[in-house]
Design a protein around this ligand. Sequence first.
Ligand SMILES: CC(C)(COP(=O)(O)OP(=O)(O)OC[C@H]1O[C@@H](n2cnc3c(N)ncnc32)[C@H](O)[C@@H]1OP(=O)(O)O)[C@@H](O)C(=O)NCCC(=O)NCCS
Length: 281
Amino acid sequence: MGPRKLAIVETCQTERLAKLARKKLRPSEGELVDLDADNIAGHHLCCALSGKKHLDGVNEKKAFLTRGFARGLTFRKLDARGKVFVEYAPAEAAFRPVHAPGFLVIHCLWVSGRFKGRGLAKALLQSCLDDLGTKNGVVAVAGKKIWLTNTEFFLHHGFEVVETTKSGFDLVCYQREPSVPAPRFQAAARAGVVPQTDGVHLQYVHQCPLVPHAVKEMSAAARDLGLQVSTEALDTPEKAQRAASPFGTFGAFLHGSFLTHGLMGRDSFRNLLEATLSKRD
Ligand SMILES: CC(C)(COP(=O)(O)OP(=O)(O)OC[C@H]1O[C@@H](n2cnc3c(N)ncnc32)[C@H](O)[C@@H]1OP(=O)(O)O)[C@@H](O)C(=O)NCCC(=O)NCCS
């Protein structure tokens, strides 16, 4: 698909904000672009703009997206240097531990820095709704935690919370077809346990370019404390849908139980491990 002008949303309820957003942007920044196998090489990935440390992650992410495009994944971004994008896929091709047949699943919706507050997230979300076709609706994992789009943002746009895990992740849903059952988290994500009950286990998807660096740092932190470390790439939607972290993209487990979905540096993760282990003693 070629460039999408923000004007697409002018037919929808977002008209006022879309106009406002465009006014505040530089002239060259006014278009939404869908990445595809042909144009991806020429675009930066807005979720990892800086730092050589994420080079591997960016390459992994580009490969992840290219495989995903063949299964209906959409990555739509503002053609500007900044984090302004939405990524979503049909449920069967989505890397999220949700049961949502016939729905679209948002992997990530992110607007940051000077782009915030201009109606751009609303325009991106609307563009996803515009792509529903005959689908039943849209779901996303949301919450107040880092790396998640705020639940309130989705509620503001007509979504409902259909489930909340004990670990505090919301599954939000815009259900267009009321006769189908509401989507749910998969059992593994609800339970939050893995069979690796000794030490630290990291589950990850290359959906996020920050993953390889975080896996290195967090593995090192666990080894600093003399803990055994195992890692597991969830490299197909089927595997990711059985993730024991409700976030899907990433999960760190300590002695078999879900600890965090946070992509952390060595010191922060070591502090978290120490604090958790001292509470358990
Ligand atoms: C939440 C977020 C998407 C909002 O983006 P934005 O472009 O600033 O939002 P918009 O300008 O499009 O806001 C549109 C509407 O939503 C409302 N809104 C924005 N953020 C909101 C929030 N956190 N809670 C409730 N409503 C919110 C606005 O008030 C506005 O309302 P209106 O249409 O009634 O005037 C953005 O702050 C963000 O990306 N946060 C971080 C998300 C993240 O970490 N993602 C995962 C990364 S891996």
